[in-house]
Ligand binder design. Structure first.
Ligand code: ADP
Length: 484
């Protein structure tokens, strides 16, 4: 059992219409700690009927929730934010236990997750409409923004709390209600958020969390006409499938999908800063974030020096159980993830890459993997095209800015990108040339609740965070008044 100051935060039931419930069928799913393979607890295996009930409850709760003033909703969201922060340590322990990331990263994610609730509680008060000068003497035009209605959210395991609050914060602030399906590997973080939401006073039906069959829950969420919006974070493959399913009832969708982030180091870069940024962007969450660097592109003049410095920094990283002090890299989420990293390394080595550091499973066993660096990587290798989602840094070499841009954009993805240079002209040229939704310039970290997070091309649709994020949960209504 986990040691928590408030054991009630480890909820093993689902939260549906303000009640804590087992599945209709009584089936459960084990939730396993990836660091030691032990079962932390179980959650209900829910499906179509429970999802339908949650959606219907969200539909019933919607009129009263939307009728409240933004300030009234904000007061509840503010309490939710404060409760999340007051329970940061317990929530971090739950997260590390089910997800594997080091405790320091879990604490950081809880603060990051809470920030979306705080920020959107405030932003909800500023969902302004518009007045437009009329096109006839007796006409007036007013534009209002209304909450879209019942929203469904499907979230991944790599950020078990933040991917939920980044959706629930703007949805609830705007006056929408929401049903969430968290990833099967990390449901306890979601259920703990629901517990705190209940304590904060979120009314029954406004926010429900359903665990269980992805297929059944996803089919009901995308097929049920009461749902007006689906917001998803996960793989491009599933995102496309869900978008297609939503077409049947023309739901609005937001899709935060896969990436293939380039991290470009130019000859004139501050190499120490670039190394620090590369470590943060590559190895955070054991390389399992959609904005993690997937490809390092380094200019020929600094290639060897950069590799030396990066290898020295990465060699110092401590791998282990995230609950242990000073661990910087936890296990991967599951065996399939380890196999993908192994496959990418084997493919690269077979095509001429060299292993500079790591390259194999960690002596700790299980799903632990050595932080790895590959050199002399070329575009023919799998790592150039596919998101590794693991602690593998493949380093490509380029000579000119044009070549770097060609390589960087040679992907169907377009989420995050990074580059390091000290030339102001190049900063603008490269920032404009990168076909990505986000560009980190001389920084390896760019996520914040105040900025728009999202991708272009096959990395998705829509933006989360910032004032743009709330637009995803409102509809614009045009009122044309005549006879004046
Ligand atoms: P990853 O596991 O790589 O983050 P996935 O796209 O497989 O990405 O999973 C993201 C979320 O989508 C998880 O909550 C998962 O359970 C859910 N999911 C997976 N397949 C489906 C599906 N067919 N319908 C609905 N949800 C799904």
């Amino acid at each position: 059992m986990l040691t928590l100051s408030d054991p009630a935060l480890l909820r093993q039931q689902c939260y549906l219409n303000g009640q804590w419930l087992h599945a209709d069928t009584d089936g459960t799913i084990d939730v396993v700690n990836p660091a030691d393979g032990r079962i932390i607890g179980t959650v209900p295996r829910m499906g179509t009927s429970e999802t339908r009930r949650a959606i219907e409850a969200a539909h019933v709760a919607f009129p009263e929730w939307r009728a409240r003033t933004a300030k009234e909703r904000a007061a509840i969201l503010r309490r939710w934010f404060e409760l999340i922060m007051a329970n940061q340590e317990d929530l971090a322990v739950i997260m590390t236990a089910e997800q594997g990331k080091p405790l320091a990263e879990s604490r950081g994610e809880i603060a990051y997750a809470a920030s979306f609730i705080e920020w959107f509680a405030e932003e909800g008060k500023r969902v302004y409409g518009d007045t437009i000068p009329g096109y006839a003497r007796d006409k007036r035009i007013v534009v209002t923004k209304e909450p879209i209605g019942v929203c469904a959210a499907i979230t991944p395991w790599n950020f078990p709390a933040a991917m939920i609050t980044r959706k629930a914060g703007p949805a609830l602030a705007a006056g929408c209600t929401m049903v969430v399906k968290p990833a099967t590997a990390t449901p306890f973080s979601a259920l703990a958020l629901a517990e705190l939401g209940e304590r904060a006073g979120i009314p029954a039906g406004v926010f429900s969390v359903i665990t269980g069959s992805s297929k059944q829950i996803g089919d009901e969420m995308t097929g049920n006409p009461l749902v007006r919006k689906l917001t998803f974070t996960g793989s491009t493959e599933i995102g496309k499938q869900l978008t297609a399913q939503c077409a049947g009832t023309m739901k609005k969708v937001s899709m935060e999908l896969g990436g293939n982030a380039p991290f470009i180091v130019f000859d004139d870069a501050d190499l120490d800063a670039a190394v620090e940024g590369a470590v943060a962007s590559k190895y955070r969450n054991t390389g399992q974030t959609c904005v993690c660097t997937n490809r390092l592109l380094v200019q020929a003049g600094v290639y060897d020096a950069f590799v030396e410095k990066l290898a020295a920094a990465v060699a110092r990283m401590r791998v282990g159980n995230g609950l242990t002090d000073e661990v910087q890299q936890g296990p991967l989420i599951d065996e399939a993830s380890v196999q993908k990293v192994e496959e990418h390394i084997a493919d690269a080595v077979a095509k001429g890459a060299t292993i500079r550091l790591g390259g194999k499973r960690h002596p700790l066993g299980g799903t632990f993997f050595e932080p790895t660096i590959l050199c002399n990587v070329t575009p023919e290798m799998l790592v150039a095209r596919e998101e590794t989602f693991g602690p593998l840094a493949p380093i490509f070499r380029f000579t000119s800015e044009e070549e770097a841009m060609r390589m960087a954009n040679d992907t169907e993805f377009g989420l995050a990108s990074y580059f390091y240079t000290r030339d102001i002209g190049r900063v603008w040229r490269v920032a404009e040339a990168l076909e990505y939704g986000m560009v980190g310039i001389n920084t390896g970290l760019l996520s914040t609740e105040v900025a728009p997070f999202g991708g272009v091309k096959e990395s998705g649709l829509g933006r989360e965070g910032s004032h743009y994020g709330i637009d995803e949960f409102v509809e614009v209504k045009y009122l044309c008044m005549g006879g004046i």
